[in-house]
Design a binder for this molecule. Sequence first.
Ligand SMILES: Nc1ncnc2c1ncn2[C@@H]1O[C@H](COP(=O)(O)OP(=O)(O)OP(=O)(O)O)[C@@H](O)[C@H]1O
Ligand SMILES: [Mg+2]
Length: 295
Amino acid sequence: MTSRPVTGPTVPGVVTAAPPLSFAGVTRSFGRSRAVDAVSLTAGPGVVGLLGPNGAGKSTLLRIAATVLAPDRGEVRLLGLDPSRPDERLEVRRRLGYLPQAPGLYPGFTPFDLVDYVAVLKEHTHAARRREEVRRVLVSVGLEDDMHRKIRRLSGGTRQRVALAAALLGDPDLLVLDEPATGLDPEQRLRLRSLLSQARTVVMATHHIAEVSSVCHEVHVVLGGRVHFSGPPAGLAALAAGRVWEDDRPDPRAVHSWLTPAGTHRHVGEPPAGAALVAPTLDDGYLLLTAEARR
Ligand SMILES: Nc1ncnc2c1ncn2[C@@H]1O[C@H](COP(=O)(O)OP(=O)(O)OP(=O)(O)O)[C@@H](O)[C@H]1O
Ligand SMILES: [Mg+2]
């Protein structure tokens, strides 16, 4: 193997392993538009979430993390390897699973054929062991009854699970998932959560804040190609501490306000004197951060 694991001593004499994913000053533009702007972040073992509005740059970051796209500038290390070097990129790809945001699936294939095809590409050469692995990942996403039906006959959420199964092949060291919960019913979402908690390192983009609070130990909020918050989900909620209040009427002084199902108006921003403060949630922290960034 030609890999050069990157290690660095943090305490004299003690060598610590590099994080499974590390970006330093990563920038990527499309024409004149900068989709990812000098992003630095690391992901250790566990599930790391990327939150951010449409067009924020999450998928671009994940495509770079999946070695599908190269950055224009900056340094990327995946599993301690440098994906700009062809030999190390190959090694990363062997140990990485990727679920794109819009996975293209051959409609004439069955889930079994498709995942088997991906397994061949991932160099699972021993036929019997490969078939066993293909069955294992398909069963892990609940496709035991549908694995031999044509993909064109499957529902949207079921197709999503086929692509997820392909990403799980070989129990990857690094799992890069772009909105994995899209289209999944509540039962399948719970199944996904338990799959994620068994995986080694997962970097996942999502629009579901509930997903973040239930599975992620760390979250990065991406806005306009930059990371505006990095920390535990509770830290994101804490951004809004003392800055959330409810009232019978909308308050124009709020940075953001919305009507709750209970019929009260919830506000984030600088509360007026005497406001009825309430405990902040992750949604409040996220909305406050995004609304202030837009100002
Ligand atoms: N291949 C491409 N060519 C041109 N522009 C692109 C390309 N891919 C992404 N972009 C642009 O880069 C920016 C970031 O897009 P990206 O898909 O990374 O956002 P996102 O955060 O994943 O959004 P969403 O939540 O909608 O999935 C957008 O302005 C998008 O139009
Ligand atoms: Mg996206």
